[in-house]
Design a protein around this ligand. Structure first.
Ligand code: PPE
Length: 312
């Protein structure tokens, strides 16, 4: 086996099909259905080191989305949600992590090949590891430089974008490779209609005249859980939030502020699009307020958001 990537250094255990196994033993057959056809569903979740101890952020919502994604592909996860919760909590405890990223995955495993997956067993696994700022610490503080991808997001009439399916991420990989190949920090992907969809692994928000806009679910996006959280936080701070917006490419260039949201990306300001400075070319004041509030909530969960946290 090749050398361990730095991000997995120190990880001892993976939960696989009901058992806690050694990291090196968490293997899959090369003829597994999902490897050939992308027939898996997954989640990305974060556990934060709160004042009240390690807590998984919006676990229930992620779990719900996992089972909903699975339903679309007839993937019958052979575990109850409570079992996955127990496994995850136990895994974080065993790894003695205060904060981490959590990656549950369920996929059609090793069985007959061919497109019909119904004879393939569903395999399930969970990994946890420490994962810092996804787009870098500097991006969180100063903002990230982005470019519009020449790859369009697939339409939800082609592949459901509300389901978090392994195979569909080839679209994100293409956009990401292109952006990074051209020395941009991240891509912004337009939908089939040519309007803004989202980032390869993030939802996108726009601020104009003190009001907040984010692309609607009909724009071929993932119904991001950070997106939902930020909408709630913004509304609770008294902002007008338009969560069903259609945003054109040109509107990005003239926005007062732009930012990404995502489990991995958290709240990351966007300081340029296609080399056009957004606002003052750094983190804007509304983004700053929302980002600060977001991280404050994760550090000291207020009572009003208590049901967003599952304590380890
Ligand atoms: N859109 C896409 C396409 C996406 O992958 C994500 C999460 C989001 C929006 C934001 O959704 P949410 O995490 O529920 O707020 N991307 C995950 C994968 C990142 C990766 O590189 O892997 C994540 O953030 O965990």
């Amino acid at each position: 086996m090749s050398e361990r990537p730095e991000m997995f250094e120190g990880v001892d255990t993976i939960w696989q099909d009901g058992e806690f196994v050694d990291f090196e033993d968490a293997q899959v057959h090369v003829l597994a259905h999902a490897l050939h056809y992308g027939t898996g569903v997954f989640e990305g979740v974060r556990c934060y080191d709160t004042d009240d101890g390690p807590a998984i952020f919006r676990w229930q919502e992620h779990l719900d989305r996992l089972y909903e994604s699975a339903k679309v592909y007839d993937i019958e996860i052979p575990f109850e949600p409570e079992e996955l919760t127990e496994a995850t909590v136990e895994l974080i405890r065993r790894e003695e992590l205060d904060s981490c990223y959590i990656r549950p995955i369920a996929f059609y495993g090793y069985g007959p090949l061919g497109l019909n997956p119904s004879e393939s067993p569903v395999e399930t696994a969970i990994g946890v590891w420490p994962w810092g700022a996804y787009l870098g610490e500097e991006a969180l503080k100063e903002g990230i430089d982005t470019a519009i991808s020449s790859w369009r997001k697939h339409s939800s009439s082609q592949i459901p974008t509300s389901a978090k399916t392994t195979g569909t991420y080839v679209n994100s990989v293409l956009a990401s490779l292109e952006a990074k190949g051209n020395d941009y920090g991240e891509a912004i992907v337009l939908n089939k209609e040519g309007n803004v969809a989202e980032g390869p692994g993030e939802n996108i928000f726009l601020v104009r005249d003190g009001e907040i806009y984010t692309t609607g679910l009909a724009e071929s996006i993932l119904d991001g859980i950070t997106r939902r959280s930020v909408i709630t936080i913004a509304e609770d701070l008294g902002y007008e939030v338009h969560d069903d917006a259609t945003i054109s490419r040109g509107e990005l260039y003239t926005a007062d502020e732009l930012f990404f949201t995502g489990t991995a990306a958290e709240v990351t300001p966007i300081r340029s699009v296609d080399d056009n400075e957004i606002g003052a070319g750094t983190k804007g004041p509304v983004t700053d307020e929302l980002q600060t509030r977001f991280f404050d909530i994760l550090e000291s969960p207020p009572e009003q958001y208590d049901d967003w946290f599952t304590y380890v």
